[in-house]
Design a protein around this ligand. Sequence first.
Ligand code: MF3
Ligand code: CO
Length: 256
Amino acid sequence: MISIKSEREIKLMREAGKLNFLTHEEIKKHVKVGVTTKELDKVAYNFISSHNARPSFLNYEGYPASICVSINDEVVHGIPSNRKIQNGDIVSIDVGVEIHGYHSDAARTYIVGDVKKEVRDLVINTEKALYKGLSKIKEGAKIGDIGAAIEAYAHEHGLSVVEELVGHGVGTNIHEEPDVPNYGKAGSGITLKAGMVLAVEPMLNLGSRYVYLHDDDWTISTDDELPSAHFEHTVVVTKEGYKILTGEINNGEKEN
Ligand code: MF3
Ligand code: CO
């Protein structure tokens, strides 16, 4: 069952989204050469906890940290460790926040120092692909419209789409129905309705789309060891389009 959120629920989810945005902004200040990914995790944990909220990922199916930090060929679900960020890295950070029983989910990829042009373009185009996908969202559109737009944009820019992981509904659980693939056919899949809340999250690769799971049972990396980027927003479907819950403009004043 795909839940339709009430006005009251959307308000609470907006709060979860706003805190998610602010957590990303706090983490961003610390994304620098020499900082360990565990230090970023601590920044996130402290920030979220000090706002009477909870990191959604902590203990989720046994996940051992508050955020995911995935570097270069790591696609998603990198576990924070003593690994230090280096010049030339791209660093994907995924944050989940729960407050008043509702979750928000958002990811960004940062470019650290001197990164090759083609890798910078990968990062820029992955964020653009997210917005291409979001642009299809409105009541009456199909879930496949989102993935088709993301996939077309990725392929136009010579990038491949990871298919093993998909976006998802968000609400009182971090992962709800429906799946939101980053590939597929326009016009296919379920029909979007106002009040659905979706996390859209393209993971695009510079090389081939294939990935593998590490022995830690969490980290997912590209088979060819080429870099991957990840951007994600949690949005609510409206009659005319969508509203980003995890973005900067988040006070209910500006509507799409
Ligand atoms: N943010 C991830 C997603 O979008 C969830 C991370 S799951 C965790 O699906 F277990 F690593 F926390
Ligand atoms: Co997600």
